[in-house]
Design a protein around this ligand. Structure first.
Ligand code: PLP
Length: 398
């Protein structure tokens, strides 16, 4: 597999951005080469652009058991999370209290902190255990009469842990609290349903389906083979939402701005390619992941798994390797032609330890030794051997 502008490498950073699927590329090229037009224009090219956007909306809605009117296109996961948190909390006058967790993506946590800072909201940030699982009982108790929103991610990109949202979401929803889940990482590998039934190809973990008790769900196209810079907030049609981007009133007034027609077409093509394959892909990735985990723990001194051993994303393996800096591991692997991350790509470039790893109870020092492998396809045996070789050499070098 190769990434743009670089030689063929073992690309093991799908959790940052997955390789573009050929179906998505073809759909985007068809739009770009067919002559782009504004989907709001009142002429034939504009009508065709509108048709593409609405076709994509219907396809994405069908894949997650939503209705087309529930899909709001955004510029990606960050914007969809911001719209969910800020837009839903400001539009709903139940109270000024939000519940979230210590391991949410920064786009969730920073949106909550924005509401705290500017609008006087109160925040309950739920702790997680050493595996990254939220205590369901503590979470349920955190809900108060003035709680407006609960936002808990379905799967964590840094440590791979998959939450069982069912109990918390059902309780919050039963009390009239709006429930949002960031499904950006989960949607690439697990069946994610906004409806009451199991999605097609449902496996391997039924408890991961957010289902009817979730009111809003975030997805981002580039995490499963669509283009970067496009995503969606899927939100129940009856819920009021305060826009965070103001203008011409596109996307049922919730997100103004000319639609990214080519990006949206690529997003829908990636969704179509993913749907139906998800169970078999997950099983193949799990085999590779488990082999990578087993060999790394057995053959690399000081290696420890981060995140849950079994409740984790199928292609995700993350570790700390005591005594070696994560950055130097990254460079050594990159030099050997293997692309990985030390934490989330969004946090890359920062030298502070990851707040997610600290929330698990890791020391600053150990958190700085993190390395993450995230697979879009099963690992070639030679790549696995190479990884082990490079890591062992780095540990020996100290
Ligand atoms: C769980 C999660 N949420 C949100 C995002 C942000 O998505 P985007 O990169 O499309 O803005 C990411 C990206 O890494 C993520 O992993």
């Amino acid at each position: 597999m190769s990434v743009a502008g670089s030689p063929a490498v073992g690309y093991l950073d799908a959790a940052a951005t997955a390789p573009l699927r050929p179906e998505a590329r073809a759909a985007m090229l068809a739009v770009l080469e067919g002559g782009q037009a504004n989907a709001s224009s009142v002429h034939s090219p504009g009508f065709r652009a509108r048709e593409l956007v609405e076709g994509a909306r219907a396809r994405i809605a069908r894949a997650v058991g939503a209705t087309p009117g529930e899909v709001i296109f955004t510029s990606g996961g960050t914007e969809a999370n911001s719209l969910a948190i800020v837009g839903l909390a400001l539009a709903r006058p139940r109270g000024r209290h939000i519940v979230t967790t210590a391991i949410e993506h920064s786009s969730v946590l920073e949106s909550c902190r924005y509401l705290e800072r500017v609008f006087g909201f109160e925040l309950t940030v739920l702790p997680v255990d050493a595996d990254g699982l939220v205590d369901q009982g503590a979470a349920a108790q955190a809900i108060r009469p003035d709680t407006t929103l609960v936002s808990v991610g379905l799967a964590n990109g840094e440590i791979g842990t998959v939450q069982s949202l069912g109990e918390l979401a059902a309780r919050a929803s039963g009390l009239g609290v709006t429930v949002h889940t960031d499904a950006v990482q989960a949607a690439a590998a697990l069946p994610v349903s906004f409806g009451s039934g199991a999605p097609p190809g449902a496996a391997p973990d039924p408890s991961a389906w957010p289902g009817r008790s979730v009111d809003a769900l975030t997805v981002a196209s580039h995490k499963f083979g669509g283009p970067q810079g496009v995503g969606a907030l899927i939100v129940r049609a009856h819920l009021p939402i305060e826009p965070i981007i103001h203008g011409g009133g596109q996307e049922r007034g919730a997100r103004s701005g000319t639609e990214n027609v080519a990006g949206i077409a690529g997003f829908a093509a990636a969704v179509a390619a993913l749907t139906g394959q998800i169970g078999s892909t997950a099983l193949a990735l799990m085999d590779s992941r488990d082999e990578l985990i087993a060999r790394l723990l057995a053959e690399v001194p000081g290696a420890a798994l981060t995140g849950h051993a079994s409740e984790r994303l199928p292609g995700h393996a993350s570790f700390t390797i005591s005594g070696v800096s994560g950055e130097s591991l990254l460079v050594a692997l990159d030099t050997a032609g293997v692309a990985v991350s030390s934490g989330s790509a969004c946090a890359a470039g920062k030298s502070e330890p990851s707040p997610v790893l600290l929330a698990l109870g890791l020391s600053d020092e150990l958190a700085q030794t993190a390395v993450r492998f995230s697979l879009a396809e099963p690992l070639a045996p030679a790549t696995l051997d190479r990884i082990i070789q490079v890591l062992r050499a780095e540990v020996l070098r100290g």
